[in-house]
Design a protein around this ligand. Structure first.
Ligand code: FDA
Length: 411
């Protein structure tokens, strides 16, 4: 039924109301409405799928063909398995292809649109509209209450307050990252209101900030990028990432750093390797033997590392002069300065730039098959609001699609 007809008959009851018109909410709506259920998606933003639009540098890294449970962090690492197994990257690729959207693999299984992330938003809106779901934007959610029939949702729209009712309520309001894009802690507050535990949310996939001498070194190198390795975390939480490290005016960024940030906790050391798997001492000795001995050690190192970085590593290791003059100890010191560089980040750039939220609605409180709250029948949580956080590289969208499918087909 059209929204106009609904208004005319003052029909405010829906089979399902979905809070949040992001990746998970839009995808879920198509499945629920596709079964002939009256479905309404509500969002306070003025446009749907804003994070999709800006994702992947405007081309949306919409999935990763290597998706496996090991690419997700959660207090319960088994929770995501069921939904991920029942909605795979191949399922989403099939949807993308049905809509004629051209795509390519960039690296490491990461799939991007050839043209624009806006195509993914348009595709989700099309699927949802064709299934018959309604979408209300610019709508503030004032209050949610449990009723005998399900839920009462009071909203404010066009300056008018109204209370809607529904049998099922899906919370797809995402995490707290990038508040200026409409992110809020709403989903966590709602979970707590219904007595569900929340694993403390923290910014993830986020650049590190540095202070003191480390900050000065990073600032001087701002813009330099190197294929490195970053190891962060302790014990079972330890993880290593072989990707680019980028020096910035505030500290460190780049894919390897963003990945590591999800495993790091305040005060912990992070190990950087700027030439992983390469013995710089050995390579420099070879160069000296091959006739480069008269070159400065800095010039010789600049053939193995970006030039500015080579200078900074030599300075930090306190090594200078001609290559031929270097003893074994100074070359080992140089190697360690590059490959065993232990730093303690001052912090992260926080919610302002974090790509995702670690933590969220505790999975112990949810069914891994349907995403329904065990203690509150009819209440579902999907997407980033749940304590399931993917690595960088399309995994977070794959979780949004898979969890939305799990709830959308179960309702
Ligand atoms: P999402 O955040 O998409 O949607 C939540 C919706 O709820 C929003 O529309 C918001 O307005 C609405 N909402 C919030 N609070 C509300 C309230 N109180 N009332 C009403 N509505 C409310 N992932 C990936 O796999 N590949 C990628 O390329 C990228 N790139 C990327 C770039 C950048 C800059 C960011 C910030 C993030 C990414 N991500 C990503 C992560 C990805 O965008 C994210 O994991 C998904 O969008 C999560 O989907 P959800 O639907 O759960 O939340």
């Amino acid at each position: 039924m059209s929204e106009k007809a609904r208004r005319k008959f003052n029909l405010t009851h829906h089979h399902t109301i979905i809070l949040g018109a992001g990746a998970a909410g839009l995808h879920c709506a198509a499945y629920v409405a596709g079964q002939g259920r009256s479905t309404l998606v509500i969002d306070h933003a003025k446009a749907p799928g804003e994070k999709i639009r800006i994702s992947g540098g405007g081309r949306c890294n919409f999935t990763n063909t290597r998706t496996a449970p090991k690419h997700f962090l959660s207090a319960n690492p088994h929770f995501a398995k069921s939904a991920l197994a029942r909605y795979t990257p191949a399922d989403f690729i099939a949807l993308v292809e049905r809509h004629g959207i051209a795509w390519h693999e960039k690296t490491l299984g990461q799939l991007f649109c050839d043209d624009s992330a806006k195509q993914i938003v348009a595709m989700l809106l099309d699927e949802m509209a064709r299934a018959g779901a309604d979408l209300w934007l610019n709508t503030a959610i004032i209050e949610v209450e449990k009723t005998d029939q399900g839920f009462a949702v009071t909203v404010e729209r066009d300056g008018r307050r109204q209370t809607l009712s529904c049998a099922n309520l899906v919370v797809a309001t995402g995490g707290k990252s990038i508040p200026k894009m409409g992110a809020s802690g709403f989903g966590y507050d709602l979970a707590r209101q219904f007595g569900l535990p929340v694993v403390e949310p923290r910014p993830a996939l986020v650049p590190f900030t540095l202070t003191g001498a480390l900050h000065e070194e990073a600032k001087a190198l701002a813009g330099v990028s190197v294929a490195g390795r970053v190891v962060a975390g302790r014990g079972a939480r330890e993880a290593a990432f072989d990707e680019a490290i980028l020096f910035t005016h505030r500290g460190l960024s780049g894919p390897a750093i963003l990945q590591a940030s999800s495993y790091w906790r305040e005060g912990e050391t992070v190990r950087l390797s700027l030439a992983p798997g390469v013995s710089l001492a050995g390579a420099l000795k070879d160069k000296a033997r091959a006739g480069d001995g008269r070159k400065t050690v800095e010039t010789a190192l600049a053939t193995l590392l970006p030039e500015r970085l080579a200078g900074a590593v030599c300075a930090r290791a306190g090594v200078a002069g001609r290559l031929a003059e270097q003893g074994r100890k100074s070359l080992d010191r140089l190697d360690a300065a590059a490959n065993e560089w232990d730093i303690v980040p001052a912090g992260t750039e926080g919610w302002r730039t974090a790509e995702v939220t670690l933590g969220g609605v505790d999975t112990d409180a949810l069914s891994s098959r349907t995403m329904e709250a065990k203690a509150v029948p009819g209440l579902y949580f999907v997407g980033e609001v749940v304590d399931v956080t993917g690595w960088l590289g399309g995994y977070n969208f794959q979780w949004a699609w898979a969890s939305a499918h799990a709830a959308g087909t179960a309702i």
